[in-house]
Ligand binder design. Structure first.
Ligand code: E4P
Length: 220
């Protein structure tokens, strides 16, 4: 199970990389809008911080526009993966990128069939959005489970990336459902580290240690 950071914030990415748990990074236009500046510069820096796949999303609607943007991103660093939204033009662009040897992440997947089509077109990463399905009273994790089963059963050359993760339980469930990757907001990654019993246990050990040292010092 690989864990990607779902962020364009360089400070967050630096911190999580130091923790040794980051296998890659996903960005999207909304995440980029939060940090601003030059998208190219942000992507270059992220690719310097991690050698894992870094997803850069195209915003064009037409195939030629998607190809232009994606080829541009692919030249920024060898670990760039071009992110393309599921659509008729998106599938065509994904298949053209595959012919050119450019890896793609098909995003905005909300059904196993969409994921199957993206895999057939040649996407190396398939990104079903769990949280956004939960938001509309559907069971987002079902798409992860079905798509992971399809990929494994038919030995497709793609990985299922659980996206739109909202809380730590999503990560556990995605891992159990067979997702190859989950991409997490920094907040969720940090929440996974902590447990009230771990934090209180550390405080108790420190207090007991300090008391024992103080008693030993008092005895001389
Ligand atoms: C990542 O690739 C997706 O763009 C991201 O996980 C979407 O998350 P959201 O639904 O919380 O915006």
């Amino acid at each position: 199970m690989k864990l990607f950071l779902d962020s364009a914030d360089l400070d967050e990415i630096r911190t999580a990389v130091r923790w040794g748990v980051v296998d890659g990074v996903t960005t999207n236009p909304s995440l980029y809008a939060r940090v601003g500046g030059s998208y190219d510069d942000v992507l270059r820096e992220i690719c310097r911080l991690t050698s894992g796949p870094v997803s850069a999303e195209v915003v064009a609607d037409d195939v030629d526009g998607m190809l232009d943007e994606g080829r541009h991103f692919a030249k920024l660093a060898p670990n760039i993966v071009v992110k393309v939204a599921m659509s008729e033009n998106g599938l065509e662009a994904i298949s053209r990128f595959a012919e050119e040897g450019i890896r793609t992440n098909c995003t905005l997947i909300f059904s196993a069939n969409q994921g199957l089509l993206a895999a057939k077109a040649g996407a190396s990463l398939l990104s079903p959005f769990v949280g956004r399905l939960d938001d509309i009273n559907e069971e987002g994790m079902n798409v992860i489970r079905e798509l992971a089963d399809i990929v494994n059963l038919h030995e497709l050359d793609s990985e299922v990336l659980a996206a739109s993760i909202r809380h730590p339980r999503h990560v556990t469930d995605a891992a159990l459902a067979g997702a190859h990757v989950a991409t997490l907001p920094f907040k969720v990654l940090r929440q996974m580290i902590h447990h009230p019993l771990t934090d209180s246990g550390i405080a108790q050990f420190k207090a007991d240690w300090a008391q024992a040292r103080a008693e030993a010092a008092a005895k001389g």
